[in-house]
Ligand binder design. Structure first.
Ligand SMILES: [Zn+2]
Length: 278
């Protein structure tokens, strides 16, 4: 992340130091939060493009550009037009992870059919105890949520002992999400340093969001990554933010307007997002 250097009065600095000591919140976070407020960046807001139900039905045409997403967040996940890989946004940089395993920075004019982004500002930080599986990790994250009924953004940094992730590969014409992810690329890694970006979505958002935890990974060298199916880790740094404002941008494409989005997406999302046969 960039470093900001500026001069402020002694009294302001004293007050800042006191606030940091009293709250345990780092000075960089307090300053970031104050700047975001002043500049009217919507912190604590999740901006989502399209719905999980539309994705399940195979609506993979791009409806918003990466450039537009950047106005709504510096952190998030999604996919690209045609279900061409996985998106991960971290510290303002948007990456496209493709099914051949390659990673590239997404161009501003690239189109996106589904994404969730936020201006990430961690409210809580911790180092997690060792975990042996995705289920263990998610149980650990669950303990720190405090409620099922808000969204949460989570960032995990460190060296993952074991990692199993997938990358969606371009969907054929008229394929649904379940059909398209049946031919996804899967990768296994060991001792992989990097960052996971993810969200908790409440169950009541079913049909619009993807309920539960959803994590994408990118390696520290920005060379590998994907949608996380399983992992193990130790000494992983956690940053968690509760999100109490949700904005949904609905596509105005003919395909979206004509789609039957009344179906229950639970089973299809479970198969597509938690892994076929896993
Ligand atoms: Zn994903």
């Amino acid at each position: 992340m960039p470093t900001l250097t500026c001069e402020i009065s002694q009294s302001l600095l004293d007050a800042l130091n006191r606030a940091s000591t009293d709250s345990g919140e780092g000075i960089d976070h307090i300053v970031s939060r104050a700047l975001a407020d002043t500049l009217q960046l919507d912190h604590g807001t999740l901006f989502q493009v399209s719905t999980a139900g539309a994705l399940v039905e195979g609506l993979f045409s791009g409806v918003v550009s990466v450039e537009t997403l950047k106005e709504h967040g510096d952190f998030g996940l999604g996919t690209f037009a045609g279900l061409d890989g996985e998106m991960i946004a971290l510290d303002g940089t948007f990456y496209q992870i493709r099914s051949d395993g390659s990673v590239r920075e997404a161009r501003d004019d690239q189109q996106v059919p589904f994404a969730e982004v936020t201006h990430f500002a961690a409210g809580a930080r911790a180092v997690l105890p060792p975990f042996a599986s995705m289920a263990d990790l998610l149980a650990e994250l669950d303990q720190r949520r405090g409620t099922d009924n808000l969204f949460f953004a989570v960032r995990l940094d460190g060296c993952f002992v074991r990692l199993h992730h997938r990358v969606a590969s371009r969907a054929a014409e008229r394929e649904t999400l379940v059909e398209a992810t049946a031919h996804q690329a899967e990768f296994h890694a060991a001792e992989e340093s990097g960052t996971m970006v993810g969200f908790w979505t409440p169950a009541y958002v079913r049909g619009i969001g993807i309920p539960g935890w959803h994590l994408h990974f990118i390696s520290a060298d920005r060379a590998r990554g994907g949608h996380v199916l399983d992992c193990a880790g130790a000494e992983i740094a956690l940053a968690l933010e509760a999100i109490d404002d949700f904005r949904l941008a609905m596509p105005e494409t003919a395909a979206f307007l004509a789609a039957d989005l009344s179906r229950d997406t639970t089973a299809a999302l479970d198969t597509a997002e938690r892994g076929h046969g896993h």
